[in-house]
Design a binder for this molecule. Structure first.
Ligand code: PEP
Ligand code: MN
Length: 301
């Protein structure tokens, strides 16, 4: 993957998870010959708790092979161990990404990096779930150490105990810090896992492109509400395509002087504080309400 300073941002789209051959093929056909470069689908899903859908497994890779043959789109999957790498390569997958839960583990990252030694495939490293720039850089360095040329990063936001409007808070200074440390490394923006809800995806993507991110990865499903994972954040292919039309068409106007990046970051922090302030007022009202109810039951004398 090349850094796109003036060129078109690189676009990856497709469902959170591959669910059935029909689903995968139908979504892929609606994305062919568009602004989408790569078709994504999770085959092995890192779920927080056992018992939910943990991915369709190897058979899904054969569906992705069909996507590639029928649509000409490149394909991408998440790999979380050396066996996944071996299988992905067997099915001719072009782009491998390392998930946020894997990036936190240096031993696992090293094992995957070793399994990727010398590969020419694109390998994208998501940020760790915790807001730790050094841990993200460390994972990237482990791949650099294995002679991997086509490396990139994905910014998917950071887990937070505080309740915010995001599923994972963007904390823009971390990916911007990564850009400063590795100026030639492309960074793809993942609004889906940051937003957690589809209505924030457009605005987040616009901000990312104005901050000169090199591409987008957006979860796209033909029946988002019934998706087997991440249902709330997936968009229909036609919604994705009209968002991209808007975002990519207006990219020239949106590209911003890097000196304004800091300003935008500060602006975002104010926005976040405003949201948190709103939450505080709501909580305060709820507590007052509880006190009032209690007083009605047992009046203070
Ligand atoms: C995904 O891309 O579907 C995924 C599981 O992402 P993350 O590792 O960012 O949670
Ligand atoms: Mn997902």
């Amino acid at each position: 993957m090349k850094k796109s300073k003036t060129g078109k941002p690189f676009v990856i789209a497709g469902p959170c998870s591959a669910e059935s051959e029909e689903q995968v093929i139908s979504i892929a056909h609606s994305l062919k010959e568009t602004n989408v470069d790569v078709f994504r689908a999770g085959i092995w899903k890192p779920r927080t708790r056992p018992g939910s859908f943990e991915g369709i497994g190897e058979v899904g890779l054969s569906w992705l092979k069909r996507v590639k043959d029928e649509t000409g789109l490149k394909t991408a999957v998440e790999v979380a161990n050396p066996k996944h790498v071996e299988l992905a390569l067997k099915y001719d997958i072009d782009v491998l990404w390392i998930g946020a839960r894997t990036t936190v583990s240096p031993f696992t990252v090293q094992e995957i990096a070793n399994a990727c030694n010398g590969l020419e495939n694109e390998i994208l490293i998501k940020n760790p779930i915790n807001p730790d720039l050094a841990l993200w850089m460390g994972a990237i360095e482990r791949f650099m150490g294995q002679n991997i040329k086509n490396l990139g990063a994905i910014h998917r936001g950071f887990s937070s105990y505080e309740k915010t409007k995001y599923r994972n808070v963007p904390i823009w200074e971390i990916p911007l810090g990564l850009k400063r440390e590795f100026p030639d490394l492309p960074i793809i923006f993942d609004p889906s896992h940051i937003a957690g809800t589809r209505n924030l995806i457009f605005e987040l993507s616009r901000t990312a492109l104005s901050l000169n991110f090199d591409g987008l990865i957006i979860e796209t499903h033909n029946d988002p509400d019934h998706a087997w994972s991440d249902a709330k954040q997936q968009v229909l292919p036609e919604v994705l395509l009209s968002m991209l039309d808007h975002l990519l068409h207006r990219e020239g106007e949106l590209v911003m002087d890097p000196s304004l990046e800091k300003l935008l970051e500060l602006d975002f922090r104010i926005d976040t504080l405003k949201d948190q302030l709103g939450d505080v007022f709501i909580k305060k009202r709820e507590i007052k309400e509880l006190i009032r109810e209690k007083q009605e039951v047992t009046p203070l004398t």
